[in-house]
Design a binder for this molecule. Sequence first.
Ligand code: CTP
Ligand code: MG
Length: 390
Amino acid sequence: GSHGSVGKSSRHYVPLDYTQMTDYAKAVVESVSPAPDEISMKNTTLRRITEICNNLVPGSRVIPFGSLVSGFATKGADMDLIFAHDSLDPQPFSHESNIPVRLAGEFLKRGFEVDLLIRTRVPILKIKTPGSEPGSRPGSPSAEEVLKEDLGEEPWPENISCDIGFKAHLGITNSYFFRTYSQCDPRFREMVLFVKQWSKNRDLNSPYFGTLSSYGYVLMVAHFLINVVQPPILPNLQLIPPEPDTPESELMQDGFSIWYFKDVSKITSGELLPGAKNEMELGQLLYEFFQYFTTNFNFVGEVVTIRTPGGVMYKQEKGWTSARERVGETTTYQDRYLLALEDPFEITHNVGRTCGGPGVRRIRGEMQRAAQIIRKVSTPVAPESPATAA
Ligand code: CTP
Ligand code: MG
């Protein structure tokens, strides 16, 4: 097609030995993966937060999403949660509602660090469980004393941060979506964890400061594994049609199509990707990933759209042109399309809009640097082949 693909027909003809890079990447993945006790600690924390919410608002639920659900969490990652309650709809947590404030109070009295953001469209409650260091305010009882004496509660696992939102959104759906994708092939999660860590090390993971969110890098890796690498490592789960009797709740949400194929047994059996299996190891995949975004993907004209066949559209087709950025039709925020990554469900949302010009240039420069480094540590495959013997 017009969009370059990477694989057997690639531009470089000297096969490289990626063993060293693979070993290095696997060590990085291992070192950033949360240990089993961290995972169980977070489950305990989630259960106890749910209890507190339930006591405050009977019948309420706490819905986890983000990396906790997708499996892309790194060590010490925040917990992304949604406080939900059906009977209070349609305006359950408007700014007049005092539930976020009262909930904040519940965590404050347990010694949590608490920050309630109310200038956002929907309030966000940021909390952090108490750390082990003795109370910094002299004379005040430690959080532990308060818990034991006033509340009859056990101490909390230390220093776990949670963001609690007050409105259910497509983030829940896309987290389960990527969890399903990550069950297709372990290399997806490994690539995501490596790229996330690389982006943090190279200071390319600050959506508030002109670069890309982790979620944006997940979209880039998904596009690469679905559409770029040959043979593909992931099937396109959104292109497999639903059965006729699929309930509406699996098809549409908030006016967007949210259908994707969810039968994990069919996914793991490999029947969705007939033909030769891609056996590339992590090191080579990372090389091809950085190489693709350095040389094949056209940042100026193209949009990553993992839902579509081929996974790429032109900005023109979507009306995502930089001209619109300068017109600035909304007063609240500017839409930017310098790096265009279409959300798989909320297709009007550019996940890359946090990137400014300097951010995009730095991301591309760092990708080029990463590819060069991998090339340097990956020596050509040893002789034996007629080409090298000649
Ligand atoms: N999300 C989204 N749209 C965005 C950014 C995020 O829907 N533009 C949702 C996704 O469901 C994502 C979750 O918010 O899984 C958390 O996003 P992010 O913080 O970028 O990813 P994490 O995996 O939590 O990464 P990190 O460890 O860097 O916090
Ligand atoms: Mg996060």
